[in-house]
Design a protein around this ligand. Structure first.
Ligand code: FES
Length: 496
């Protein structure tokens, strides 16, 4: 049995390798000449710790707390040297592709289809020389070399990951390099080359309803995602709202109708911004977002369109008080250059709620454990505090990911010390870790000395002073929430 394993690197490059039953992902990578971080290969050192975004697997043995904590495992971290795939996997490798010697690969083939689907949009398809060598996640893009030039332009696949012909949909702008080539010079049989796949705008595991918002030829990645959903199936409702500027921009609607027939969980709405359009639905996509599409916020929103559309949708959601659990977006310019890929998942109120819930658990844990912990337990608590402190320096996190992991272990400790399975389980379900991963960066300013907060908590517990422990827990929660708000604001500023 073999599996397709997508290794996504920090610089947006994705490489696919073949995984085999009984073979670790580390060994599969090595076989594919990709140097993912490794040291002991034995589940001891933690060098190979990565994050598994989707898929089924088994983990071999590892040394708890040394290589990885149980907390981290519960949060989705894996050790690639102990990771045996049981399905296709998507794994985030925490280094750049350069370091892993896994730069984006180059693929070449010949154009077999050029279809000017409307006066403003063109589809073209390529038959690759080696289709088997190209793997991609639906939603990703490649950098296409414009024939006869040294220029490249970025376009998302409109075809699914399994389709023989790889297809792209682009806006037929008068001056765009690739549109001009396709309009004026291209003919079937021409050679074309691209590098990739790239980008973090790709379909994640479908765990909740999906709302797709496409602007113009930003429809392309969604066609690819729908093909994938058509292949694998999904139980969750998927709704697409496809907005364009003028009637002529509305293309591929017949394909959407096919998907609506084929997939019982898929529905879509089209709209044309031009109020003078002949298409009956006029206005912007936000006009057509219904409450059931956002499912009270328990929804993953994917948005691909020009920058003003991305910004307008974000503002609209905020104005409506809707905070999608995950919000992935890709902004592109009319020339086909991907300008920005990102994700926003947070609303301050949700974050506050999670941190308050953690505080309630910690106050409860203090009530049950202060004055009852052994010397060894207090020493362990202090060790965890010190482990987290090493990632804090000069008012910022020196390594937010490192802090996050160490911090999770630190906060779990007193709750785990209660031995109360319900409390431990509740703590593990909190989305504190996930929220921190989304909000905190090395430039986030800390609202207070977080490391000192932690020390105050441990000191109070060591003294058996429950009142001081309570004060320290409450103060730390306020500082943590304020720091998270700073991170969220920073993200919304930079993402706009
Ligand atoms: S390489 Fe050491 S734990 Fe995997």
């Amino acid at each position: 049995m073999t599996y397709q394993i997508a290794l996504t690197f920090e610089d947006g490059v994705t490489r696919f390798i073949e995984g085999r039953d009984g073979e670790t992902v580390a060994d599969s990578s090595y076989r594919s000449r990709i140097n993912i971080p490794l040291d002991c290969r034995d589940g001891v050192c933690g060098t190979c710790k990565s994050f598994c975004e989707s898929g089924e697997f088994e983990l071999g043995e590892y040394v708890p707390d040394e290589a990885m904590t149980e907390e981290e495992e519960a949060a989705g971290y894996v050790l690639t040297c102990q990771l045996f795939p049981k399905s296709d996997l998507v794994i985030n490798i925490p280094v750049t592709s350069d370091i892993a010697k896994a730069g984006a690969s180059t693929h070449a083939g010949e154009i077999i289809t050029i279809d000017h689907v409307s006066e403003t949009s063109t589809y073209f398809g390529i038959r690759l020389d080696n289709r088997g060598a190209l793997g991609f996640l639906p939603g990703q893009y490649v950098n296409i070399v414009v024939p006869g030039t040294d220029q490249t332009r970025s376009y998302s696949f409109s075809s699914g990951p399994q389709a023989d012909e790889v297809g792209f949909l682009l806006r037929n702008t008068p001056t765009g390099a690739l549109p001009t080539y396709l309009r004026e010079r291209a003919k079937p049989g021409d050679r074309l080359e691209f590098t990739g796949p790239m980008g973090s705008f790709y379909l994640r595991e479908v765990k909740r309803p999906l709302l797709f918002l496409a602007g113009g030829t930003g429809l392309a990645p969604f066609l690819s995602m729908l093909e994938k959903i058509g292949d694998t199936g999904a139980d969750q409702p998927v709704h697409l709202i496809y907005g364009v500027t003028n009637d002529a921009d509305l293309v591929k609607v017949d394909e959407l109708e096919q998907y609506a027939k084929q997939l019982s969980n898929f529905t879509f709405t089209c709209c044309v911004a031009d109020e003078g359009a002949s298409y009956p639905n006029k206005g912007y996509v936000t006009r057509y977002i219904e409450p059931e599409h956002v499912n009270g916020g328990d929804v993953d929103v994917y948005l691909c369109g020009p920058p003003p559309m991305v910004d307008a949708v974000r503002k609209w959601l905020e104005g409506q008080g809707i905070a999608p659990l995950n919000f992935y977006f890709e902004k592109f310019s009319g020339t086909g250059l991907v300008t920005e890929t990102g994700s926003i998942h947070l609303k301050a109120a949700d974050v506050d709620e999670a941190f308050d819930a953690r505080m309630a658990l910690e106050l409860g844990a203090a009530q049950l454990t202060v004055g009852r912990l052994s010397g060894d337990q207090i020493a362990e608590y202090r060790r965890l505090e010190e482990a987290a402190a090493q990632f804090v320096g000069d008012g910022r996190f020196t390594d937010p990911a490192g802090f996050r992991q160490a911090n999770a272990a630190f906060h779990l400790f007193p709750i785990a010390a209660t031995g109360n399975a319900t409390m431990i389980d509740t703590y593990k379900r909190l989305q504190v870790q996930e929220y921190m991963a989304q909000a905190l960066t090395p430039s986030t300013e800390l609202a207070a000395d977080i490391a000192q907060d932690h020390r105050d908590m441990v000191d109070a517990v060591a003294r058996g002073d429950i009142e001081a422990a309570r004060v320290a827990i409450v103060a730390h929660t306020e500082h943590a929430k304020a720091t998270m708000r700073a991170g969220i604001e920073e993200q919304s500023g930079s993402a706009g």
